[in-house]
Design a protein around this ligand. Structure first.
Ligand code: CA
Length: 397
C-alpha cells in the first residue's frame, strides 16, 4: 500500500502554521504587555523583558511566512541542489580541518561521527554564517499576538528564550534567527536549547550563537538523544527491480536479507544481507533514486521532520567524506540550481529586463515573478521555478 505522494516535502514543519487575523496595533500593544508580565513572572529579568518587548511592531514578513501553505511543493531536486552544492561541500571540508580537535572530542563524548555533525551545521546555518535575521522575541510575539493557532507553544518558546538571556547564556542581541523562533548556529528552538545545549568549551555559558564547540557538541547531543547508533551510517542508495510493487516507507522496516529477497541491490552492486533493519525511501517516486535508511536517518529526521531534509544532511555527510553523488538522477529534465547559479540567475534576469531587485541568491516573491515573466516570454512552462531550463535560456552556464 502506498498512500505517500511521490514528493512529500515540507521545508519546515512550522510552514503549516496559518495566521488567522492581522492584529490591530492597540491589541498588539496590550497583548505584548501581557507577555511581558508573564515573562517576568516566569523569572525573566525585568531589564531583559523591558528591552526585549520595546517597540514590538506588526511584522508583515512573519505573517507572510507563517501563512505559507503546506501544499506549496518544492521539488526535492531543487531543495538538494542548493543545500548540497559544491560550495557547501568545500566549506564543510575546510571546517572539518579547522575544528578537527573539537569534532574529535565531540565524537568521543557523544559517539556521533564528525561528518554528520558538520553536515547538520552546514545546512542549518551555512556553518554559522547565516543564522537568520528575525529578532526572536519580536517574531514570536507577533505569532502569539497574531492569534496563531500554535500561540501557546510560541509563548512558551518566547519565555524560554528570555530565560536563556536572563541566565547569562547569551545576550539579548544574540536572539536572531528564523521567523518561527529557531536561532543560533544549530537553529535550535529555545526549548530544545534549554533541554539539550552543552557548554563544551567550559566558559560557564551554553552559547549556541557564538561558540562553535558549544554548537557542535549540542548538535551531537541532540542526535545521541534521538537514538543515534555509534559507528553506523544513515543508509545508502539502492536499485529497486523494474515494476517494483513491494512496500516502502521510512517506517516500514525489514531486514537487509528481506530486502534482497524483494529484489533490491546496493547501487554499487553489493549484495544486501544481514538482520539489520532498514526502511526503503523513494523521495521522488519509483522513477527516482531509492535508498535504504537505518536508524540514524530517523535521528536526523527528528531534527526537522522532512525526508528531503534528512536526506540532504545524510548526503552532505557522505560528500564531506569524499563519497560520490547519487548514481541515479532525479526524474526531471529540468534540474535544480546551486546557490551560485541562483545568484547568477537573478543577475541574468535583471540584465535582461526582468527586474527582480538586488541579487541575493534567495528566491523570494520578486524573483519568482521575474522568472514567470521570462518563462512567458520564452514560451516555457510558467511556474516561477528557478530551474536549469530558464537559467540556460538566459545564458547561464
Ligand atoms: Ca560555552
Amino acid at each position: 500500500m502506498n498512500t505517500r505522494p511521490p514528493i512529500t516535502i515540507l521545508l519546515l514543519a512550522a510552514a503549516v502554521v496559518v495566521f488567522t487575523f492581522q492584529p490591530a496595533s492597540a491589541s498588539l500593544k496590550s497583548c505584548v504587555a501581557g507577555l511581558k508580565r508573564a515573562a517576568i513572572k516566569a523569572g525573566v529579568r525585568r531589564d531583559v523583558a523591558n528591552l526585549a518587548f520595546a517597540n514590538v511592531k506588526y511584522d508583515e514578513k512573519v505573517a507572510r511566512f507563517s501563512r505559507r501553505q503546506p501544499e506549496k511543493i518544492t521539488y526535492i531536486w531543487d531543495y538538494m541542489a542548493f543545500l548540497v552544492d559544491a560550495k557547501r561541500i568545500r566549506d564543510g571540508r575546510a571546517m572539518l580541518k579547522k575544528y578537527s580537535r573539537t569534532l574529535k572530542a565531540v565524537e568521543k563524548k557523544y559517539g556521533v561521527n564528525r561528518y554528520f555533525v558538520t553536515a547538520l551545521w552546514g545546512i542549518e546555518s551555512d556553518y554559522g554564517k547565516f543564522r537568520g535575521d528575525f529578532f526572536t522575541p519580536h517574531s514570536l510575539a507577533n505569532l502569539v499576538c497574531g492569534g496563531n493557532r500554535r500561540a501557546k507553544l510560541f509563548k512558551r518558546e518566547l519565555i524560554i528564550s528570555l530565560q536563556l538571556v536572563s541566565r547569562g547564556d547569551i545576550k539579548l542581541s544574540d536572539l536572531k534567527g528564523s521567523w518561527a523562533g529557531a536561532f543560533g548556529q544549530t537553529q535550535f528552538m529555545p526549548s530544545t536549547y534549554k533541554r539539550l545545549a552543552v557548554d563544551f568549551d567550559r566558559d560557564g555559558r551554553r552559547d549556541l550563537v557564538n561558540s562553535v564547540p558549544d554548537a557542535l557538541a549540542s548538535t551531537a547531543r541532540f542526535l545521541k538523544n534521538a537514538g543515534w547508533r555509534t559507528g553506523q551510517t544513515w543508509g545508502y542508495e539502492v536499485r529497486i527491480p523494474k515494476n517494483y510493487r513491494g512496500r516502502w516507507g521510512r517506517k516500514r522496516k525489514a531486514s537487509l536479507t528481506t530486502w534482497r529477497k524483494r529484489g533490491l541491490v546496493r547501487i554499487n552492486g553489493k549484495r544486501l544481507s544481514g538482520k539489520r533493519r532498514a526502511g526503503l525511501i523513494l523521495p521522488a517516486g519509483k522513477k527516482g533514486p531509492a535508498f535504504l535508511v537505518f536508524r540514524n536517518f530517523n535521528a536526523i529526521y527528528s531534527y526537522n521532520v522532512a525526508i528531503s531534509y534528512a536526506l540532504s544532511i545524510s548526503h552532505l555527510s557522505d560528500r564531506l567524506r569524499g563519497r560520490k553523488p547519487f548514481v541515479k538522477p532525479w526524474p526531471t529534465n529540468d534540474p535544480g540550481l546551486t546557490r551560485k547559479q541562483r545568484l547568477r540567475l537573478q543577475k541574468l534576469l535583471n540584465k535582461n529586463g526582468f527586474n527582480v531587485g538586488e541579487a541575493d541568491g534567495r528566491i523570494g516573491p520578486a524573483t519568482r515573478a521575474g522568472i514567470k515573466k521570462a518563462q512567458r516570454k520564452y514560451g516555457l512552462k510558467v511556474d516561477g521555478r528557478p530551474g536549469t531550463r530558464i537559467y540556460r535560456r538566459l545564458g547561464g552556464v
